[in-house]
Design a protein. Structure first.
Length: 206
């Protein structure tokens, strides 16, 4: 199965290849994923961790067909170095907020898994891809967080973020998604529905 075949296989599941190197293919959700996921048994069975279970079913099946090894962000501890793998593809960078940014998804990154290939593939990354932050004159993401929970040194203040989400002022982020992610101009062309954003934020807040 070629990389193009893999891409075609992923598309009906609302997934796409976000980046790859010779050994791994990073797979994430696209704009159509929410409709696919909400029609799945995992979404409605009221069992814990529906997105992780859906990802393992779909990508686990593909990995079996390829003779590959599927690795997931929820596997661990120890956890696989997903950030390092992403940065190595040349399609992800660290944004001014410390979050990773992607050349087409902006800050709306959701890597559902990685396929570790049995034999090296020719890379199909985008060698000419450029960090979108370099040409972003206004950088609205930097000032979008109302509690300054993010910083370029990767010091993410999770307790402050969750406290804000639980307060009355956090309703906007809870129902529409993280304001920092939404502020990114690239993210806006990769927008999620309010229902999907609310689902993820509820899971994050716990």
């Amino acid at each position: 199965m070629t990389v193009l075949d893999i891409s075609d296989t992923l598309r009906p599941h609302g997934l796409f290849i976000m980046g790859q190197d010779r050994a791994r293919i990073l797979i994430g959700t696209d704009a159509g994923w929410w409709n696919v996921f909400t029609s799945s048994p995992e979404f409605s069975d009221q069992i814990k961790d529906p997105v992780d279970r859906w990802s393992k079913r779909i990508l686990g099946d593909l990995a079996t067909r390829l003779g590959a090894q599927a690795v997931f962000p929820s596997d661990g501890p120890p956890y696989a170095p997903f950030i390092a793998w992403a940065l190595a593809t040349g399609r992800f960078w660290q944004s001014p907020t410390g979050m990773m940014v992607h050349d087409t998804a902006g800050l709306m990154i959701s890597i559902r898994g990685v396929l570790e290939l049995p034999t090296p593939h020719a890379s199909t990354g985008i060698p000419t891809a450029k960090n979108p932050c370099d040409s972003c004159a206004t950088r609205p993401c930097v000032s979008a967080c109302p509690v300054d929970a993010l910083s370029a040194d990767m010091a993410y203040d999770v307790p402050a973020c969750k406290a804000y989400l639980g307060a009355s002022g956090g309703a906007d982020c809870m129902t529409q998604g993280c304001g920092v992610r939404r502020a990114c101009p690239i993210s806006q062309s990769f927008a999620r529905s309010d229902a999907q954003s609310a689902f993820h934020m509820k899971a994050f807040r716990g």
